[in-house]
Design a protein around this ligand. Structure first.
Ligand code: ASP
Length: 424
């Protein structure tokens, strides 16, 4: 029976059992046993996630960008689509950042406990803070200077240099797109295949997630000595993400639909609802694509050529829900660890969360691995992932709904601007 359960349910159970195990260990004095025999499984799971991060971001970015060969053919539509996609993503990230700074879900965690936790992860956090202080004294252009790798392999060998990998991936795929004809077809096919392989690896790693989450949660509870504050903080974190996602779905998109696509909001909502439900249940915008295409062309009356271009590109690069959540998650982790983020660091989060959402595959928990990039970019401890992993599934369901609603909104707007929207 356990085998038949969907993965998210297993992760959820893993989390619950992990908390229980942690509490029992604290009560019975098994902390050492848990640290020696349970915690390593969590570390293994985290290492597996980190292992796949660099290949995943490189290959999915190359695949995403090079599938835009149509830019040349549909250059105007391509240009509009990309500009609106990126603008809405940056907006979503900013909404997330603003909300998490206002609601401060991680701050309910008492100061003296932050201090304890900081000491536990002491060396690490100090190191990161030192680099944060260094950042402040550097030239404003240092950020860009730092983005260019001197050596691809050195960059690929250091998970904190993820931005350099992104830079090279973009350069590589732009070059790939610029070379005409069939000569590069073999390269594209290679990346296509490689992408499948890497997604499969993610799939395999995620099967291990229930055990990983169990171990991470158990050791977290032991580390926090059965502290209930962390769970209050997690509840508030979930509330913040949910609020951000609802702002997008009930505020931003309806406004854009009304003003730019000139579609009545209830008509839009009714038309897109079936796709939203599929997105909610599958947690995968890629899996939802066929339904999104059908609804957008049949109900919202967007022409097929536009929908066929805008929507698949959107599934790859436009994830407003994801970027909003990544910003919130990163700052939440910083708050729990008691790490102050500077303005430059917050802006770095906007940039990396935007890029990471572009690189996230449209599959369940697709963005978890990418979150490592956001955390690394501002020197936050990746261990923080353990905190939010257990409660990720319901948030994943919601952000996938936002992701496909964003794609559909943009498809309608582009169609309207091209006179290819048959809606009166
Ligand atoms: N599950 C999301 C999607 O498919 C991606 C993510 O945020 O994990 O759109």
């Amino acid at each position: 029976m356990l085998k038949k359960l969907p993965l998210w349910a297993k992760i959820f159970i893993g989390m619950g059992l992990g908390i229980l195990w942690g509490l029992i260990s604290v009560w019975t004095g098994w902390e050492l046993f848990t640290s020696n025999w349970v915690k390593p499984w969590g570390t293994i799971f985290l290492k597996l996630l980190k292992l796949i991060a660099v290949p995943l971001i490189f290959v999915s970015l190359v695949k995403g960008i090079s599938s835009l060969t149509d830019i040349t053919k549909l250059s105007r539509i391509g240009y509009k689509t990309i500009v609106i996609y990126i603008t809405t993503t940056i907006f979503a990230t900013t909404v997330g950042l603003a909300l998490v700074n206002i609601m401060k879900p991680g701050d309910v965690f008492p100061d003296e406990k932050q201090e304890q936790y900081r000491q536990k992860f002491g060396g690490q956090v100090e190191l990161k803070q030192k680099s944060a202080a260094e950042i402040e004294t550097q030239s404003p252009l240092h950020f860009f200077e730092d983005m260019i790798p001197e050596n691809f392999f050195l960059a690929a060998g250091d998970n904190s240099k993820m931005l350099q990998i992104i830079f090279f991936a973009i350069l590589f795929s732009v070059a790939l797109v610029l070379i005409p004809g069939g000569k590069t077809q073999v390269v594209k096919d290679f990346f296509d295949g490689l992408n499948d392989v890497i997604l499969k690896i993610v799939d395999i790693i995620m099967r291990f997630a229930p055990i990983g989450v169990f171990a991470l949660m158990a050791s977290l509870v032991v580390d926090f000595s059965g502290d209930s504050d962390i769970f209050t903080a997690l509840g508030l974190y979930m509330l913040t993400v949910t609020l951000g996602l609802f702002l997008l779905i009930l505020g931003l998109y309806p406004l854009m639909i009304r003003v730019f696509a000139r579609i009545r909001i209830p008509d839009f909502m009714k038309g897109i609802l079936p796709a939203q439900l599929v997105a909610f249940t599958t947690s995968s915008s890629a899996a939802t694509l066929p339904v999104t295409l059908k609804q957008v062309t049949e109900e919202l009356k967007v022409s097929k050529p536009i929908a066929n271009f805008v929507l698949p590109v959107g599934v790859t690069i436009n994830m407003d829900g994801t970027s909003c959540y990544q910003a919130i998650a990163a700052v939440f982790i910083a708050q729990v660890f008691g790490i102050e983020l500077t303005l430059v660091q917050q802006l770095t989060i906007v940039l990396t969360a935007t890029l990471a959402s572009i690189g996230s595959p449209g599959i369940p928990s697709g963005s978890i691995v990418m979150l490592i990039i956001v955390l690394n970019s501002v020197g936050l401890p990746v261990e923080g992932l353990a905190l939010i992993l257990g409660v990720d599934r319901p948030l994943d369901m919601l952000r996938t709904v936002v992701n496909i609603t964003g794609d559909s909104t943009v498809a309608s707007i582009v169609a309207r601007s091209e006179g290819e929207l048959d809606y009166k």
